[in-house]
Structure formats: C-alpha cells, structure tokens
Design a protein around this ligand. Structure first.
Ligand SMILES: C[S@@+](CC[C@H](N)C(=O)[O-])C[C@H]1O[C@@H](n2cnc3c(N)ncnc32)[C@H](O)[C@@H]1O
Ligand code: SF4
Length: 485
C-alpha cells in the first residue's frame, strides 16, 4: 500500500492558486514580512486556505480518504498542560482551570486513537516515529504516559528505526527525577527540554522565571541518571529584550550542559501574547544571532548543515526525533492526536478541536460523541501541499528531491523552474542530485526563500501585506490574551 501520485487526488486550485509570481518579488515580500514568512504553514489561512475548507458534514469522509492509500506514517500526541504559561508560547496549552483534567484528557486521547483505528485501521500501518509533545507531557503523572504508550503499542506497529521522544521542562525534570526515570523504563528513547534563555530579567518578561538556571544542572542529572543518551535542549532567539551578549551566554550555558543536540528556535510572534514586541526585532538584529550560533556550536563540536535548526554532536545522527526527521525529510503523512493537533496527509491538512479556543470542551465533546475531533479540515490542491512540504523542509535547510517526486509525481526543478534558478543564481541554495539545499549565505535570507515554494495565494498575500501595519499580529495578540484569560 504505497502512495502513487495521481493528479485527480488533489482538489482543483482556485484562481488565486493558479497564478505565478515573480521569484524576486516573492523573495522581497518574504523578507519584508520576515516575522510570518517562516516554516509555519499556511500563512493567513482565513484568506488562503478558506476556499478548501471542508464542511463538518463531510469531514469524516474526507479525513479518512486523506488518510487512505498509504502505509507509512508518523504519530504525534499532544499534551496541552503546563504548570505556567510562557508569554512567548505559540502552542496549544489550556488555562489553569483545566489543569485538573489530566485523566479525563488522557481518556479522550485514547478514545480518539480508537476512533482512528476504527476509521483507518492503524494496525495495517507502519509508524516511523512517535513524538509526545505539548505543552508539557511530563506534567502528566507517569501512569498516564504508561497508559498512553500501552494503548499505542497495542494498536500501532513501529518500524525498526522508529524512536519515541518526549518533552519536559527544567523545573519538572529537576523536581521529579523518578518521573524521568520511568520514561526510560517505558521505552522512550529521546528527551527534549526547553532552556530557551537564561537571563533572569528576560525569563521574567517571558513568564518563565520558574524554569531558570538553578534547575538546569539538576534536570540534566535526572535525565542522565535515568539513562538517556539522547538529550536535546531548546534555545530561543529573536526576543526584543535579548542582546547578542545575552544570546552568547545562553549558547555557552547550553553547551556546558553537554546535550547531544541543541535546537534553535527563532521567536515566532504570531498567536502569542508578546506579538506587539515584534516590531522591535528586525533582520539586522537576528542575523548576527544566527551567525554567532553557528560559530559557537561548531567550535563546541556540534554540526548542522546550513539552515538546519537542530545541531547534533553525534556523527550520523540528525539529532531530531525520527518522527520529525521522517516527516520533514520525506514528507510522509502524520496523524496528530489531542487538543489542537495537526494532521498532514498527501492531500489534506487538518487541525483538531481546540486549535483556536485552546480549551478542552469542544475536543472532549467530539470524542465523547464518537466523532473525529476535527475543527478545521482542508482538502487542498497540489500547489498548497507542495508549499507545506517545502516550508517544513526548511527545518532541515533542504528540500529532498526524491521524496518530493514520489509525493507529487514531478521533479522539484519542473514544479519550480524559475524559483530554483533564482535561488541558485543568487547563491542562496545549491542544486544537488539529492536535494535543493541552503548555502551559508542563504541562511541569512531564509524568510525570503521559504515563500518561493508556497502556494500562489500565500505569495500574493505576502506581496500585498504592509508589514508596518501588523494588524494581524495585533489581532492575534488580543486573541492570545483572551484565550490566556
Ligand atoms: C512544545 S514547546 C516546549 C516544551 C516544554 N514545555 C518547555 O517549555 O520546555 C517546544 C519548543 O518550542 C519553542 N517555542 C515555543 N513557542 C515558540 C514561539 N512562539 N516561537 C518559536 N519557538 C517557540 C520553545 O523552544 C519550546 O521549547
Ligand atoms: S514553552 Fe513549554 S512550558 Fe511554556 S507554555 Fe509553551 S509548552 Fe508550556
């Protein structure tokens, strides 16, 4: 049961997705709108994806069709609980009043898994990785993680190289070492912990003081004592109140903690409570941070090809979970379960209930009613699915050609002839037999490069958008504040 690209599989594009825009114009528009032209795809879904939205009455049929006709996939489980909510966070996390509902939530998550098993026969699939993300999955009691894994293993078969990865925070890892030890015993292979930044004043602004440096070394000890030899630390740059010197200190601190992997996230302001600060961060501020990261991490023995966000100290190990590596490098479908989770197939993208309101009620209601908890489901044309695959590829700094061809039935150079010529002529990317890969020079222009491969309606949106008005970011902030209560 392998995927055969067939042009009738995709929705017909609307007129705005049949246009072609000049690469130079799109590139400039991406750089102007660098806060939103990134790996998060789509941009402005209300304008660009709306024509492809599937009505609720047809959601089950379209979602299951999207998930049919192939065997290989990845699995993501979302846990939307955190002790406190960081003001920079873009993820689906519930408010304080719902924190006591963990058992109820895990029951629903397992019920959702069963619904998918009934609908698409999970047992007939081969899974290449499982990420338990959030939120903070380690907020759950260990027995809930055990319940989740037991149920997943009872229904899903994993490939030989598949791993299981989980996220934690410094506070939880340092305070509850027995929890971390239980993960290893449950067969979890990789653990990721958010350091983000280390300056106390910045942590305070970000609402993350409880996860300061005093926890870091103890947290790492707990992870090592549990037997994890694959530990990732997340760091963030691009904050308004973050100097280059403070970024250097954060990088040095993370290196001193001795992780196998370090993942760098540039702050994405959309849908966060600090989106009003974005105008204080321009490309001139973030470019030296990118260059400094590369220099310090390389000196410390970490490697990442140009543009890749995860650095690894282990030769031959890309550093991410197999879930992320597989879905980014090969574009294989993934099933996301839980509040607000995203699912991606060859022809559809969907978001679960809770993606907008960030509260449990609609999700629990759908699952209780025996309905797939789909908030928004989009049945997309090929150009938009290509845009999504390419945008996500930039986590690794390269678009792999063979998987692109296998997925879409066309070579990348035929799908994007002008764009490929543009990036190669400008020295932004190099065209190899296996991939179109960013150059070192290109890493400083990533926000211009990514939209070159986006669906035309998204390109038009960027071309026409006036970044100085930032109305949408402000609207987003108001929404994020309301949701945060
Ligand atoms: C699901 S989150 C965090 C896991 C864990 N709860 C923690 O805080 O350590 C995964 C990572 O996404 C990154 N992140 C969160 N919000 C972001 C944003 N607005 N822009 C870019 N990266 C973000 C952070 O580095 C974070 O560690
Ligand atoms: S960064 Fe982590 S701890 Fe903070 S709100 Fe987001 S998921 Fe929760």
């Amino acid at each position: 049961m392998s995927w055969e690209p067939d042009s009738s599989a995709w929705r017909e594009p609307v007129a705005a997705d049949r246009e072609r825009h000049e690469p130079r114009e799109v590139f400039a528009a991406g750089l102007r709108n660098h806060h939103i032209a990134n790996t998060a795809y789509p941009i402005a879904h209300k304008q660009t994806f709306y024509p492809y939205k599937v009505k609720r009455a047809r959601a089950h049929e379209v979602a299951t069709r999207g998930l049919s006709g192939f065997r290989d996939m990845c699995l993501y489980l979302h846990v939307p609980f955190c002790e406190t909510r960081c003001s920079f966070c873009e993820y689906t996390v519930v408010g304080k009043s719902e924190l006591p509902l963990t058992t109820r939530y895990v029951d629903a998550l397992l019920a959702e898994l069963a619904l998918y098993d009934d609908a698409i026969d999970l047992g007939a699939r081969l899974f290449h990785g499982l990420d338990i993300g959030g939120g903070t999955p380690s907020f759950l009691p260990s027995r809930d993680i055990a319940r989740i894994l037991e149920s997943v293993h009872a229904r899903c078969t994993f490939s030989e190289n598949a791993d299981i990865s989980i996220e934690t925070t410094p506070k939880i890892a340092s305070a509850e070492p027995e929890k971390i030890a239980s993960y290893k015993a449950l067969g979890i292979d990789r653990i990721s912990m958010g350091i983000q930044v280390i300056q106390p004043d910045l942590l305070k602004v970000l609402g993350r003081s409880e996860n300061g440096v005093e926890h870091h070394f103890r947290a790492v000890d707990a992870i090592r004592n549990a037997g994890f030899d694959r530990m990732n630390l997340d760091l963030m740059y691009g904050f308004a109140d973050q100097s280059l010197a403070s970024w250097r200190a954060t990088l040095s601190h993370a290196i001193a903690l001795g992780p196998e992997y370090i993942t760098l996230y540039r702050m994405r302001y959309k849908l966060t409570r600090i989106s009003h600060q974005s105008h204080r961060v321009d490309l001139e501020k973030v470019r030296p941070m990118i260059e400094l990261s590369k220099a310090l991490l390389s000196e410390a023995g970490y490697y990442a090809p140009p543009g890749k966000t995860t650095y690894s100290k282990i030769a031959g190990d890309v550093g991410t979970s197999s879930y992320l590596a597989k879905r980014v490098q090969t574009g294989i479908p993934y099933l996301g379960l839980g509040l607000g989770a995203q699912t991606f197939t060859h022809t559809t993208i969907s978001y679960n209930d809770g993606a907008a309101g960030k509260n449990l009620a609609p999700y629990l209601k759908s699952v209780d009613a025996g309905r797939l908890p789909l908030q928004d489901l989009y049945d997309l044309p090929r150009a938009q699915m290509m845009g999504k695959m390419c945008a996500v590829s930039f986590y690794f700094g390269a678009i792999e050609r063979a998987p692109f061809r296998a997925k879409f039935g066309v070579d990348l150079t035929d799908a994007f002839p002008n764009e490929v010529r543009f990036v190669v002529d400008e020295g932004l990317m190099e065209l190899r037999a296996d991939a179109l890969a960013m150059t070192k020079h290109g890493t400083l222009y990533k926000n211009g490069i990514i939209p070159l491969f986006a669906g035309p309606s998204i390109q038009r949106y960027l071309i026409e958008r006036d970044p100085s008005r930032s109305d949408d970011l402000e609207k987003n902030r108001k929404l994020a504040l309301r949701v945060a209560g």
